[in-house]
Design a protein around this ligand. Structure first.
Ligand SMILES: *Cc1c(COP(=O)(O)O)cnc(C)c1O
Length: 398
């Protein structure tokens, strides 16, 4: 399963983009755990602070590990510039707070990550930034919801956990028609599977905590985009301090070296699990972007290299059966994270999305028996065997 030219993603860039080698001639890039950097002389210090020369001053502003991580990501996402953040949420927050002001409006897809909802619903209203939610599966409603004060479109595609998709090319054109900033949270797809900038996104935001780290160790995020926009984001970050720690940048940059091979296997396993689940008579519905039964299958194939590592399915028997299924799992972890070598299952209705009303849940496709699986890198026969026995045993004990 290889189409190297799908989006210009280069595994060589992911592996060979490295901070400059020091006099120790190390092969692997060292960890620069230093809070500040020394100046050569008074003139260099002045020039650094005046932005006349590039260089490190203080790790809140920049650090060789963070710079390496971001240079790599910019190559992989086809963006001009970027900044690494302490978490995915720091990335989401500063990508909006640095560019929006009181009185501005955001058009956002309804099924955004839980904490992104809290930013829209609770935090931004305090400073007079408003939003309207629109549905990924009804793009015809989007244009009508653009207001004179709309400044940004914010979307996740594929969405969590419903795995709905929106046409990024169409969205890029809509954003340009109204001179709006298109901001895409590309966490679920990763730069290997989808490049929003290629379709016109001005900002690409990430939680690096998930597939990018891929091994459940580090929290991190990134905001990538045009030079012009990142200049504002960088100013905001430098003075408010959500920067990534060099330690996490060092881990995450190493993780990117293997992103492509890991994602290929995650996607291969996910497609096999989804295909198996479609044949199971206790499973009412399976959603996976690369299954022909997905309502936006053709679109998924157009803008994504493969279908991603997430599979959702609706188990027969509603909320109690969903919970019994999780209790019956033997190998697959029951955890709120995703994007790990280990397969992880969650029951959104009683956990991540329990604070939503029934109506809000159903509006984003979360039915009572919905199970979300982040498909890991274990042997696919072992993943399927565990899901299979848990479906059987949840019937006995539900
Ligand atoms: C996890 C996640 C976030 C938040 O990232 P953190 O690193 O946990 O702060 C944002 N968006 C999506 C789609 C996510 O899955």
């Amino acid at each position: 399963m290889n189409e190297k030219d799908f989006n210009g993603y280069s595994e060589t860039d992911a592996i060979r983009t490295q901070a400059e080698r020091t006099d120790f001639r190390e092969h692997s890039v060292p960890l620069y755990l230093t809070s500040s950097f020394v100046f050569d002389d008074a003139e260099q210090a002045r020039a650094l602070f005046a932005d006349e020369v590039a260089g490190n001053i203080y790790t809140r502003f920049s650090n060789p590990n963070n710079t390496e991580f971001i240079q790599k990501l910019c190559l992989l996402e086809n963006t001009e510039d970027g900044i690494a953040t302490a978490s995915g949420m720091a990335a989401m927050y500063i990508s909006m707070a640095s560019l929006l002001k009181s009185g501005d409006h955001v058009l956002a897809s309804r099924s955004v990550f839980g904490s992104t909802h809290q930013i829209f619903n609770v935090i931004f209203p305090r400073v007079g930034i408003t939003h309207t939610y629109v549905d990924l599966d009804s793009p015809e409603t989007w244009e009508a919801n653009i207001l004179p004060n709309t400044k940004m479109i914010f979307v996740e595609t594929p969405s969590n956990p419903a795995l709905d998709i929106i046409d990024l090319e169409w969205l890029g054109k809509l954003a340009n028609k109204y001179k709006l900033i298109l901001n895409v949270d590309n966490c679920f797809a990763t730069p290997y599977l989808q490049n929003p900038a290629r379709w016109g996104a001005h900002l690409v935001t990430h939680s690096a905590t998930k597939w990018m780290d891929g091994q459940g160790r580090a929290i991190g995020g990134a905001v990538l985009g045009t030079k012009e926009l990142i200049k504002e984001v960088r100013f905001f970050a430098r003075h408010t301090g959500p920067s990534m720690s060099p330690f996490n940048a060092w881990i995450l940059s190493k993780s990117l070296e293997t992103l492509a091979v890991r994602m290929e296997r995650h996607c291969q396993n996910a497609l096999q699990l989804a295909t198996y689940l479609e044949t199971h008579n206790e499973v009412v519905k399976v959603k996976y972007p690369f299954l022909p039964s997905h309502p936006q299958h053709e679109l998924a194939k157009k803008q994504m290299r493969y279908g991603g590592g997430m599979v959702t399915f609706e188990i027969n028997g509603g909320i109690d059966r969903g919970r019994a299924f999780l209790n019956a799992l033997k190998m697959i972890s029951h955890s709120a994270n995703l994007g790990d070598t280990r397969s992880i299952a969650t029951h959104p209705a009683s956990t991540t999305h329990s604070k939503l009303t029934d109506a809000e849940r159903s509006a984003v496709g979360i039915t009572p028996g919905l199970i979300r699986v982040s498909v890991g890198l274990e042997e696919i026969k072992d993943i399927i065997a565990d899901v299979d026995q848990a479906i059987g045993n949840s019937l006995l004990f539900s």
